[in-house]
Structures are given as structure tokens and as C-alpha cells.
Design a protein around this ligand. Structure first.
Ligand code: UD1
Length: 420
């Protein structure tokens, strides 16, 4: 398998472009199932997860034409086989996002059981409960979930706990329901808002984007539109941590600061200077002595769980003691043991981690266990003395477009060693 080899200890300087958001691209691609026309989508990131979603749509009958550099035209108007296969759901749980639109448009869906994953059991019971409340008949066996509904009905549904893809699935399922569907305790993430804005631009009637109550008034059909995916706040945040952790000065272009508010606040608490302007956010840590800061992950607008691992790497070399509480996922500390190999002083207690800052990390041979965990190892490798080798980097490619190219542009020395 491929590995990344990172020479640590180089201050990063310069500018890097932010790609489109994976977590907005995935539901928006799934939502093309709702349309009768081909849809053009731009600013799609070149990521494994996006190719997996395209492969899934293509396996069901969508036709995909690659347009300019970051654009595609996708025609999902004649799905022949509404089935998400095991091989695809296994590699990407977000494949379950096709459930809602398939039911809304074709009245049936067959989805491989998603099972557990590296960051916890991650059930989809809320998605299923909501669809059931809308009238879907759901049966399961050990391999598949079968959903059927001659017609979905508008309903009221309250999520027991906030779920990003759950909210997206039920919004997509409700678009054609007669009457008004009311969803409560919804996710307020910018990526959910991007999906809603896209659907509304195509004629859907969805109120409450960015709020916890969302109302969907059913429409008969959606009209042909084009859409440009919103920038990836997690990718941007990761490159900003790369600047901060190396005491460097890094500007991320193509993103507005409002998408990164809780992250910017934590940088400032740690002593990092953050500036922003039209279409950029930058960190300057060239004169900063990093100080620890504690944080709790929460659904938006709280601190994102997808930035927890990166901030743990940053706190590992900050002065003082910090506590990080992971409140969204049950098992999202797999990077801890790898950071410990690199000299980090971290103690785990359930869903909390205590980090005692050390003066520096030391390069080591480490294993990427999930997407954001791997990002934290790259960041630790950038600052750690000597050389860090990261195995199983396919996790990184799921969520970061050309990570080593972008970091090398900032002065890093990272090479990708091909599989032997
Ligand atoms: C999405 C993001 C992921 C991010 C996460 C939290 C995508 C493609 N992925 O994942 O990057 O880390 O939001 O911001 O957008 N839960 C249940 N039952 C359900 C659904 C969720 O118990 O039916 C639980 C989960 O196990 C988890 C919590 O709810 O503990 C939040 O999960 P959720 O928001 O659904 O995460 P995803 O949508 O899978």
C-alpha cells in the first residue's frame, strides 16, 4: 500500500486553494436522483468518496459526463437498479444518502447494511425511523435493507439526536410529498444548507436552512439547474492547523471566515493570529508560543468533530494542559495511540482526552485509521523531529484532494511512496 513520508520541522508559508466540500458534494450528487434532467455540478473535489458516490450512481443507471476541470454533468433520470451494493456502502457509509431520493422518485430502494465503522457503530436508525414515519415499508435481512413506498407522505419527525446525513436523507425524501413535512432537531451544518439551497434553486420549497426546524412543502417536480459546491471548511481548517503547528504563516483561499468561526476562536485562544478577508482565511503563528486550549466537539455551530483530531495534534505541542471531549462519535480517538508513538502525552478517559503539551514530537512510523485521524498524523509529522511514515493513507485520499501537493506548495517535504 502507498505511504506518505514526511520530513518534519519545516515552517510552512504561502497560499493554498480550498477545494469543494466533500460533505456537500455527496448529498447533492445523491439528490440528482430526484431530477428528470441532467444536472451540472461544479467545484466537486477530486476525492475517493466522491468517485465512490459517482460509481454508486453509475451502477444504478446514472450517466455521468466529465465537463471542465472540476465539473460534471450527471443524468440520474432513468435509474434502472435502485440498489446500493455492499462493496460501495462498505467503503463509504454516506452511500446511504441515496435512500431518501430513491424512495421519493422510484418508490423503492435496496441498501446494503452499513454495519460498524472505525469511529463507532454509526447506526442509521434515525434515517429509517423518519422514512418509516413517511410511510415507507422497511424490511431487513443480514445483508440488505429493503425500502418500499408507493407514495411517501408529509409528516412531522423529530430526530432523537442531531444527524447530518439523516437530516439530508429526510429532506430529499420529502421534496415531492403532498403537504408540508416538518423536521425537528435537524443538523444546521453549512453542508446541509448547501443541499437545501441547491434544491430550492431547482424549485423545491424548503424553509429553515441553518435552523433546527426545517419545513418542506412538497412540489411536483424539480427543474434543471447548475450548482457550484460550497468550499470545504474542514480541509481549510486542516491547512490552517498545518500553518499553526509549524509556527508558519498560511493563507487558505476560496473560503469565508463565517464557515470556520468555532475553529478560528480556538486558534485565537491558542495565541495564533487569524486574519480573514474576502475569500480567504489565514493564520500567522510565526511569533506565537502555542498555548493549550480545551474543546468539546458539538454539532454545528459548535466545534466540529471533523477537526478534533487535528486540534489534538496541535495541543500536543502547545504549552499547558488541555481536555478534549468528543461528544459526537463514540470511538473517535484512534489517532491517540499513533500520536503517543510520536511522543505526545495524552491520556484517555472514555470520551475525553487529557493532553499535556510536550516541547516537540518525534517522527515515527504510524498507521492512518480513519480520515481525520490520518490528517492529524500528517500534521504531527510536519512538526515532528526527523521523518514520519504514514501507512494506510487511502483514508486521507477519501477526504483531501492532493494533500501532499498542497502542503508541498507551502514548503513541506512530503513524498508519496508507491505500493511495493
Ligand atoms: C456526517 C459527516 C461526517 C461528520 C458527521 C458529524 C457526511 C458525509 N459525513 O456524518 O464527516 O463527522 O456528520 O458532523 O456528511 N446517529 C445515530 N443514528 C442515526 C444517525 C446518527 O445514532 O440514524 C448518531 C451517530 O452514531 C453519531 C451522531 O448520531 O454518534 C451524529 O452522526 P451523524 O451526524 O449522522 O453523522 P454522519 O451524518 O454519518
Amino acid at each position: 500500500m502507498e505511504r506518505l513520508i514526511i520530513k518534519g520541522g519545516i515552517q510552512l508559508h504561502g497560499e493554498v486553494n480550498c477545494s469543494g466540500a466533500k460533505n456537500a458534494g455527496l448529498p447533492i450528487l445523491a439528490s440528482t436522483i430526484l431530477f428528470d434532467d441532467p444536472i451540472s455540478i461544479f467545484n466537486l473535489p477530486h476525492l475517493k468518496d466522491i468517485s465512490t458516490m459517482l460509481e454508486l450512481l453509475n451502477s444504478m443507471g446514472s450517466e455521468i459526463r466529465f465537463e471542465e476541470e472540476d465539473g460534471i454533468e450527471i443524468d440520474s433520470s432513468s435509474i434502472k437498479k435502485p440498489e446500493a451494493r455492499y462493496e460501495l456502502v462498505k467503503t463509504m457509509r454516506a452511500s446511504v444518502l441515496v435512500m431518501g431520493p430513491l424512495l421519493a422518485k422510484y418508490g423503492k430502494a435496496k441498501i446494503s447494511q452499513p454495519g460498524g465503522c472505525n469511529i463507532g457503530s454509526r447506526p442509521i436508525d434515525f434515517h429509517l425511523a423518519g422514512l418509516q414515519k413517511m410511510g415507507a415499508k422497511i424490511t431487513t435481512d443480514s445483508k440488505f435493507i429493503y425500502l418500499e413506498a408507493e407514495r411517501l407522505n408529509a409528516t412531522n419527525f423529530e430526530f432523537p439526536k442531531i444527524s447530518v446525513t439523516g437530516t439530508e436523507n429526510l429532506i430529499m425524501a420529502s421534496v415531492f410529498c403532498k403537504g408540508t413535512t416538518v423536521l425537528r432537531n435537524c443538523a444546521r451544518e453549512p453542508e446541509v444548507v448547501d443541499l437545501i439551497n441547491f434544491l430550492n434553486s431547482a424549485g423545491a420549497k424548503i424553509k429553515g436552512a441553518g435552523e433546527s426546524v426545517i419545513e418542506i412543502e412538497g412540489v411536483d417536480k424539480l427543474k434543471k439547474v447548475g450548482w457550484s459546491i460550497l468550499p470545504d471548511r474542514i480541509e481549510a481548517g486542516t491547512y490552517l492547523v498545518a500553518g499553526a503547528i509549524t509556527n508558519g504563516h498560511v493563507r487558505v483561499k476560496g473560503i469565508e471566515s463565517n464557515l470556520l468561526e468555532p475553529v478560528i476562536q480556538k486558534f485565537r485562544e491558542m495565541g495564533v493570529v487569524v486574519n480573514s478577508g474576502k475569500n480567504y482565511v489565514e493564520v500567522d503563528a510565526t511569533t506565537t508560543e502555542l498555548v493549550s486550549c480545551s474543546l468539546d466537539t458539538e454539532p454545528f455551530p459548535g466545534f466540529p468533530t471533523d477537526m478534533q483530531a487535528q486540534f489534538m495534534a496541535l495541543n500536543s505541542i502547545a504549552k499547558g494542559v488541555s481536555m478534549i471531549a468528543e461528544n459526537v462519535f463514540e470511538n473517535r480517538f484512534q489517532h491517540v495511540v499513533e500520536l503517543q508513538k510520536m511522543g505526545a502525552d495524552i491520556q484517555l478517559d472514555g470520551h475525553k482526552a487529557k493532553i499535556v503539551g510536550v516541547s516537540n514530537l518525534v517522527g515515527s512510523s504510524v498507521i492512518a485509521s480513519d480520515l481525520r485521524a490520518s490528517a492529524s498524523l500528517v500534521l504531527a509529522g510536519l512538526v515532528g523531529k526527523n521523518r514520519t511514515e504514514i501507512e494506510d493513507i487511502y483514508h486521507i485520499d477519501r477526504g483531501y484532494q492532493c494533500i501532499e501537493e498542497k502542503l508541498n506548495k507551502l514548503g513541506a517535504e512530503i513524498i508519496r511512496q508507491p505500493a511495493i
